[in-house]
Design a protein around this ligand. Structure first.
Ligand SMILES: [Zn+2]
Length: 259
């Protein structure tokens, strides 16, 4: 048991050293914004239900167009090279192999181990082609829409350009799903969360317009908190990406410079 643990740690360190360099170059490329960042959505039926299967078979690339529109609109407030920051496409539906999921309350070592397994899985089942070097892969786990169920947390990794998104497979949820995808996508290129206690947007960084007087109510949400502050203690979830903004702090994190 002990020997197994030591071997596991050694393998882990070896892998970490070898992927560190790759992550660094990948990150610099994805943050150059010289050409559109390719975003590929891989849908999967997370609860294996016929309803979700139906929903997935009806998905079109157009269902995600709001994401590219959002990044294009927001980039006009900053100075970046490409006129189109993202190019979102619908990849193949995953049926046989699903990405490894992180277990809740894992130790830091277990999380690192999961991260490596996830990256290996993505490399194996959704391989990179020559032309597809900077690509964000979004593994979109669709669940049956149910008012009582709580979805697992979505996550975007800033190493490896990979995101796991949990969403409801329902047309009425599409606009909200696109907010979650844009949020996790931003994590993969270096943006941090901007909410504090009780999920309330942190001030000033989680506000779309921190200089507004009076400060409340705000009209829009900063995408990394995704909630519109109404008072100091109250906020509502943005309904569409049209209500979301990339503020200066987030722009700085993803290497968009001020005009
Ligand atoms: Zn987040």
């Amino acid at each position: 048991m002990k020997l197994f643990k030591i071997i596991r740690i050694l393998i882990l360190l070896l892998l970490l050293a070898s992927v560190a360099f790759y992550s660094k170059t990948q990150k610099l490329k994805s943050q150059s914004w010289a050409s559109p960042l390719n975003v590929v959505i891989y849908p999967l039926n997370a609860d294996n239900s016929p309803e979700v299967a139906d929903y997935i078979s009806g998905l079109k690339e157009d269902d995600f167009i709001e994401i590219d529109d959002f990044f294009q609109r927001q980039s006009k407030n900053y100075s970046i090279v490409t006129p189109q920051p993202t190019l979102t496409t619908l990849g193949q539906t995953l049926t046989d192999h699903f990405p490894p999921t992180p277990t809740p309350n894992s130790s830091p070592l277990e999380i690192i181990w999961w991260g490596l397994k996830f990256r290996y899985w993505a490399f194996r089942y959704t391989p990179d082609s020559e032309s597809n070097h900077h690509r964000v892969r979004v593994f979109l786990h669709y669940h049956k829409a149910d008012d009582n169920s709580v979805l697992q947390h979505s996550l975007g990794m800033d190493k490896g350009l990979l995101a796991i998104v949990h969403a409801f497979g329902d047309k009425r949820q599409q606009a909200q799903n696109n907010i979650i995808i844009a949020h996790e996508l931003l994590h993969t290129v270096g943006a941090t969360d901007k909410y504090g206690a009780n999920n309330q947007p942190a001030f000033p960084e989680g506000y779309a317009n921190p200089d507004k007087t009076p400060l409340h109510p705000q009209k829009k949400a900063e995408i990394m908190s995704a909630r519109i502050p109404l008072t100091v203690t109250k906020s509502v979830m943005a309904e569409t990406l049209k209500q979301c903004v990339i503020n200066q702090q987030t722009a700085k994190e993803i290497n968009w410079s001020a005009l």
